[in-house]
Design a protein around this ligand. Sequence first.
Ligand code: NAD
Ligand code: TYD
Length: 355
Amino acid sequence: MIFVTGGAGFIGSNFVLDWLAQSDEPVVNVDKLTYAGNLSNLVSLGHDPRHIFVRADVGDEKKMSELLMEYRPRAVLHFAAESHVDRSIHGPRDFIETNVNGTFNLLEAVRAYYGTNLSDTEKQAFRFLHVSTDEVYGTLSATDAPFSETTAYAPNSPYSASKAASDHLVRAYHHTYGLPTLTTNCSNNYGPYHFPEKLIPLIIMNARLGKSLPIYGDGQQVRDWLYVSDHCAAIRRVLDAGRPGDVYNVGGWNEKANLDVVHVLCDILDELDPRPQGSYREQITFVADRPGHDRRYAIDARKLEAELGWTPKETFDTGIRKTVRWYLDNQPWVEDVRSGNYLKWLEKNYNERQA
Ligand code: NAD
Ligand code: TYD
């Protein structure tokens, strides 16, 4: 049994689906279902008995303790977070609550479970895997080397600052209490079930609705894109073979300027779903820049590649094409998210256990 937090969000749901496609080991999926949690991401599981969904807040230490005692997982994989930089600028409080206090409370519950409920053999096998971001390292100039695991932390947004704080707590629980932790710092993900507040799904959705395609500032900010299933495979690999206490950077060696990404999306849409009136590129609009906008992120993933043999399967070209195709083929999902109907999944379609 593994214990996943945030498994109804973008990466967490992809992880749960990938996991259950490859393993019979059950998953307890603990998610608060904020606006970013969408149970319809998991509808293909039906009522698969290997998937146990529990609506709960990772900041509720008592509840986390009860669940850990009840299910006795051999690993906790912590995806749950507030994850959108723009939201963190408008309202940082939720980011501190979930990413900092929530992670702290979860760590406390896990520390008690690990310390008092596991046999020596179970302790040896146990892992707490913390899913984090490259944004904790701050920003790079065009000529700087990519972020490595030893790059100094320099977060610039409330989001990245809150994730940095959570990374430090995880590190401290390893060094102080001997909790067998693993931390992954990954670059920007994209793929199916991505909530359309983030660049790639927002552009695909707006393009098809005939809306403007907003580019912040000059559009020359660089992100290092990784297809989500490659991230999921990296997490599985780190869980299996990572060294307790270690950090692993995860990235796809796919640095792209935002404007180039948007051009690629428009070109694929022009091919797969042409607009009679001309290219989707005509909908591109330059808008005011994000405050404190990090210029460039880039990940040096050599440690993960050399020590654990992980390499990404998708190139940017293959991954982005699959992604556009997915959004075109999954209109009901897109429409549910756009209209807010996805928030009703809970009552309508899921036999959830109440927290
Ligand atoms: P997301 O916003 O799509 O999903 C977050 C999930 O966490 C949602 O299902 C939400 O309901 C749940 N959640 C939020 N607060 C909670 C709480 N207090 N208790 C329980 N559940 C809660 O995020 P994502 O893009 O899937 O990111 C998942 C993790 O990966 C995050 O920790 C994020 O920092 C990290 N990450 C994301 C990216 C990326 O490009 N999206 C890149 C690197 C790392
Ligand atoms: P985003 O998907 O929010 O991820 P992050 O901020 O975590 O990297 O944004 C990716 C890049 O795209 C970032 O440089 C901001 C930019 N961006 C736009 O130019 N327009 C938009 O509408 C959005 C949402 C993002």
